[in-house]
Design a protein around this ligand. Structure first.
Ligand code: HEC
Ligand code: HEC
Length: 371
């Protein structure tokens, strides 16, 4: 048998970039403050797939969809004979043909639903306007996104298992072929036209470019932040002056009406301090807080705090179940450190909370060593 060239350089680069970026997106999903990176990787996966679809309609031997084997009888035979001696496929075997289509659909579905979540929940990206209209569905969209990503990972798992099984049982060289591009067979070698080479170059280079561009241009529309900073000093000077003097200026959307009313009606006994004000200021601040409470906000934190509070009438943000849950993994010593000092000192970790912003990407825990 002779060696034949079956996977072009571009197909192989695409494959390795996809492996790296899907692994990265999966791991990054665990870290709130790395959300921008997760999103940039996500968009890159999307672009890689869009090019892959176009590549599938170009006349590239073994990579074009026409060369895929979608015959269900062949798939059945392939699956049944997986442990037996089976014939060698030059391009994609029936199982990998289906797996690739499933991966393209689920991968693009994951990217699209991710952009929807980014818009509804964070008020960011190209669909940020969704935050104002359908924010109440943010949980649902997140579930759908997870459904797509989990299904995507499941197909990847099956695909990798299949490749490994093939290797163990049949000493298949599929993995090597995805690296150097060659397979042992009598079939015809692949040859790219100039146009295909240019397309392939664009495929890889523009995907890499997109990734770098998204990270270096935070204001571009794909990752832009639609959350507007609030100048509380201008909007309500008394609130700004009085409520910032002892601690972080808490944005009004972090508590529901009921809690603000209860707090503002008992300022003499405010967490052990006397925070009382003259009646005119008190009423004016009370009114402002109630008008801008969690009920009137589309922010993720407002929505989640409101949902978690239920009937309780807590007046401490740090006592709400949502707050507790989101901060439970943070080491106690961090809250006790000099730089933070108290849970209620939000601005130590959320540096623009006093402008009403609580974005995941802006979360920074101060380093203890320097504290
Ligand atoms: C005299 C100082 C003082 C002033 C003025 C003051 N507070 Fe406080 N506030 C405190 C203290 C002390 C705590 C408890 C902080 C802690 O638990 O670490 C607190 C806690 C809070 C909390 C709960 C924070 C948490 O732990 O979740 C909220 C909300 C709050 N204050 C709102 C306000 C508002 C609104 C105003 C303006 C009307 C205000 N505070 C003015 C001293 C003050
Ligand atoms: C010691 C640092 C620290 C302090 C102090 C702190 N946070 Fe956080 N906060 C974090 C970290 C880290 C996360 C992300 C946790 C995760 O990955 O889920 C977070 C997450 C959150 C979230 C969820 C993010 C979102 O988009 O909804 C909210 C809301 C929040 N914090 C509000 C507050 C408020 C309000 C205070 C003050 C009462 C506060 N935090 C004090 C570190 C801190």
């Amino acid at each position: 048998m002779t060696k034949n060239y079956v996977w072009s350089l571009f197909t192989r680069l695409f494959h390795i970039l996809l492996v790296l970026s899907v692994a990265a997106a999966f791991l990054l999903a665990e870290f709130e403050n790395l959300l921008t990176l997760h999103v940039a990787v996500g968009y890159t996966i999307g672009l890689l797939f869009v090019y892959r679809i176009m590549w599938g309609f170009m006349d590239v031997r073994y990579s074009k969809f026409k060369d895929f084997n979608f015959n269900l009888l062949d798939l059945k035979e392939y699956m049944l004979n997986i442990f037996a001696n089976k014939k060698e496929y030059v391009g994609h075997n029936p199982a990998s043909s289906w797996a690739i289509v499933a991966m393209i659909i689920l991968g693009l579905g994951s990217v699209f639903t991710g952009v929807v979540v980014y818009g509804t929940q964070e008020g960011m990206g190209i669909l940020s306007f969704l935050n104002f209209s359908v924010f109440k569905k943010m949980d649902l969209f997140k579930d759908i996104h997870e459904l797509f990503t989990n299904a995507f990972m499941a197909v990847i798992f099956v695909h990798i298992s299949g490749v490994l099984l093939d290797r163990v049982l049949h000493k298949s060289k599929a993995v090597e072929s995805m690296i150097h591009g060659y397979k042992d067979s009598e079939a015809q070698s692949l040859k790219l036209t100039l146009l295909q080479k240019i397309f392939g170059f664009l495929w890889i280079s523009s995907s890499l470019f997109l990734f770098i561009y998204l990270l270096s241009n935070p204001s571009n529309m794909l990752v832009a932040d639609a959350n507007i900073a609030v100048d509380y000093k201008k909007e309500h000077p008394q609130f700004y002056n009085e409520c910032k003097s002892c601690h972080t200026l808490y944005p009004p959307y972090l508590l529901p009406k009921q809690s603000w009313a209860k707090m503002m009606d008992n300022l003499e006994n405010h967490f052990g301090d006397d925070a009382s004000l003259d009646e005119q200021d008190r009423l004016s601040i009370r009114d402002y807080l109630l008008k801008n409470s969690a009920e009137s906000s589309t922010k993720e934190s407002a929505f989640m705090i409101l949902k978690s509070i239920k009937a309780e009438d807590t007046i401490a943000i740090t006592k709400t179940p949502y707050w507790e849950k989101r901060h439970e993994t943070i080491d106690k010593t961090i809250f006790a450190s000099k730089k933070v000092a108290a849970k209620s000192n939000c601005k130590a970790c959320h540096n623009n909370i006093e402008q009403g912003l609580l974005n995941d990407k802006d979360i920074k825990i101060p380093e203890l060593s320097k504290g």
